[in-house]
Ligand binder design. Structure first.
Ligand SMILES: [Zn+2]
Length: 187
């Protein structure tokens, strides 16, 4: 990722209680985020996956059931493949991005990703919303991003989708030169 960009990512959904408001906020902010969806949640809420797609968001693979991939042997491939198939069926497109649950990867997991042409995406700043962080905590964490950090990815929404007010509050000021979320200019 070029300097001056921040990728916003939201994991573990889609979640009916919060996704519509979140999409509204992202759209209002002109921000394009990546949603790392779980297969089982996508199966349960295909309309929400399509809403992500309609809103212009990127859709990535986050396994079917959120296991510790390095600990489950050959079942890891099925976790990833099944989610590819689910998301392809719902969106008509095969995701190209993959985030291993808990950021736990291994040579085997990377080989599985390669078989499916998936790029592994981890993160630089953890919002810790899944650990009960408040919106102010999350914004403060996002402000720790520095220019030159390279790939800067904020996984908000692990365990639960993030507060919708976040989308308008991730600071552009922390990213001089100023862009965030891939395509959105802060200027
Ligand atoms: Zn997750």
């Amino acid at each position: 990722m070029p300097n001056g960009y921040v990728a916003l990512t939201f994991d573990d959904g889609p979640t009916p209680a919060t996704l519509p408001a979140l999409l509204d906020r992202l759209r209002a902010a002109g921000a394009r985020a990546t949603f790392f969806n779980q297969g089982k949640h996508s199966e349960a809420n295909p309309g929400l996956v399509r809403a992500q797609q309609r809103a212009g968001m990127w859709i990535g693979n986050h396994t079917d059931t959120h296991p510790h991939l390095p600990e489950i042997g050959d079942a890891a491939f099925q976790e990833i493949l099944g989610t590819q198939q689910t998301l392809h069926r719902i969106t008509g497109e095969r995701p190209s991005l993959f985030r291993p649950p808990y950021g736990e990867t291994s040579d085997q997991v990377r080989a599985d990703e390669a078989r499916l042409d998936l790029l592994e995406v981890l993160w630089t700043v953890d919002s810790r919303d899944w650990a009960g962080a408040t919106t102010d905590d999350i914004v403060a964490a996002a402000r720790t991003l520095q220019p030159g950090m390279g790939s800067q990815v904020t996984p908000v929404g692990r365990g639960a989708d993030p507060p919708p007010e976040l989308a308008g509050r991730v600071p552009c000021s922390g990213v001089p030169g100023g862009r965030r979320s891939g395509t959105r200019s802060c200027g």
